[in-house]
Design a binder for this molecule. Structure first.
Ligand SMILES: Nc1ncnc2c1ncn2[C@@H]1O[C@H](COP(=O)(O)OP(=O)(O)OP(=O)(O)O)[C@@H](O)[C@H]1O
Ligand SMILES: [Mg+2]
Length: 408
């Protein structure tokens, strides 16, 4: 395992005049409301431990007031913790000197805000180039970069406009271009898309995923919208009253919510749309590797089922049934060719497609459908029964093998 890029350890944040004095109550697990009523202190975060992998999209979700912004603001230390440590690339940001902290914010992390946060009296180009202006990059160089990022987010031609002349979605694209323009390793996005209408929002989500695929930045993304979290997140953390309710891959959150709070979030999600084949498929079994009919019959004898998936030269050839093998075995031809001839090429799936799209395929197939990776490797199977169970809300025994990232 590689080290996580961001590590949050035993993090507590209490707002109020004398946080240390109420820490014993917080540690005891006294409810946030009680602590506020008795002491006038607000519990912002309680015992947060999290690892965020390099190059991943990590989503933080929770209701209003649950501590999302407080948490993300610890990463670039816009907020100091009451207790605990935040390390970024092995460096404890809670111990940085002011110049080191300035460099962290200038070079390593950029933030995209909910309300765009653009400078109203500067042009779009100047806004995008702003981070480079602060880095004292010369004009030609920074304008060239800014133009490139404006092109990337689809705003070529808007360079000389002012923010007020742009729609919300366009302004947020400028915000994104500005954040990317300094080429930071980490993007912090606090409800960056929440102010946008659903179509524009969906469009920007898609664009962010495309950018992420290309650039492999580490993105910490806050949202209170589960659909957005499921679509974007490699992993999702769910906060309640400043504490973590659950951290997991989208399918884990969806299929095994840790408590009633998470349950309430996932209740109305369209599972067929939100889940992918890769997230719910079972382990690949019944792989026939024999090269002759006799060999295939021997291999199949130890299996529960009466069929197998034939792979030759790492290519899927089709389903071979025991009956067909037995019929053919009475003949004399036992060559490779004969075995291949018995394979019936049925449907296959790939891990990245949604259950919704996979559903008709598995329903029409007489056998559980093999799932092949893009290079043709055998990675799992999916049956109509599995899918029915998942969509009906039955507990899943999915492989949970991290294919969530492949859904793009
Ligand atoms: N500067 C502050 N002083 C006092 N209390 C604060 C401060 N900042 C946040 N809080 C409190 O900490 C808790 C977490 O707030 P936070 O802003 O992190 O929530 P959030 O999850 O981002 O909510 P939203 O979805 O509304 O943005 C809230 O109860 C809030 O009142
Ligand atoms: Mg917030």
């Amino acid at each position: 395992m590689t080290e996580p890029l961001i590590r949050i350890e035993d993090l507590y944040k209490v707002f109020g005049p004398s946080p240390e004095t109420v820490m014993p109550m917080v540690r005891e697990g006294r409810p946030k409301d009680d602590i506020l009523a008795e002491t006038g202190h607000t519990v912002g975060l309680r015992d947060i431990n999290l690892d965020i992998d390099r190059g991943s999209i990590f989503v933080i979700m929770g209701l209003s007031g649950s501590g999302k912004s407080t948490l993300i603001r610890h990463l670039n230390r816009l907020i100091d913790p009451t207790e605990g440590a935040v390390t970024v690339g092995g460096v404890d940001v809670t111990r940085l000197t002011p110049p080191e902290l300035r460099d962290l914010r200038r070079y390593k992390m950029s933030m995209v805000f909910q309300r765009f946060g653009l400078l109203p009296h500067r042009t779009v180009l100047q806004n995008v180039a702003f981070g480079l202006t602060i880095q004292q990059v010369e004009t030609a160089g920074r304008n060239e970069k800014a133009r490139k990022w404006l092109r990337t987010v689809g705003l070529e031609g808007y360079e000389d406009q002012y923010p007020a002349q742009l729609s919300g979605g366009e302004q947020q694209r400028v915000g994104l271009a500005r954040a990317l323009c300094t080429d930071p390793e980490i993007l912090l996005m606090d409800e960056a898309f929440s102010a946008l209408d659903p179509l524009i929002r969906s469009d920007l989500q898609k664009q962010l995923l495309e950018l992420h695929r290309r650039l492999r930045k580490t993105i910490v993304f806050i949202t209170h919208d589960l659909d957005e979290a499921l679509r974007l997140g490699d992993r999702i953390a769910i906060l309640k009253d400043g504490a973590l309710s659950q951290v997991g891959r989208p399918e884990e959150i969806l299929l095994s919510p840790a408590d009633s709070y998470v349950e309430a979030f996932v209740r109305d999600v369209n599972r067929a749309r939100a889940l992918t084949v890769g997230a719910v498929m079972k382990a690949p079994v019944r792989r026939l590797t024999a090269t002759t009919i006799g060999g295939a019959l021997a291999q199949m004898r130890d299996w529960p089922g009466t069929f197998g998936y034939l792979f030759q030269d790492n290519r899927y050839r089709g389903v071979v049934t025991q009956d067909a093998l037995k019929d053919a075995d009475s003949g004399s031809d036992t060559s490779d060719h004969a075995l291949t001839g018995l394979a019936v090429r049925g449907p296959t799936l790939t891990p990245d497609i949604s259950l919704q799209d996979a559903l008709p395929v598995v329903l029409e197939s007489a056998f559980p459908v093999p799932v092949l990776s893009r290079d043709g490797g055998y990675t799992g199977i999916l049956s109509a029964k599995d899918v029915a169970g998942i969509l009906a809300g039955a507990d899943s025994t999915a492989m949970g093998n991290g294919h969530a990232t492949e859904r793009r």
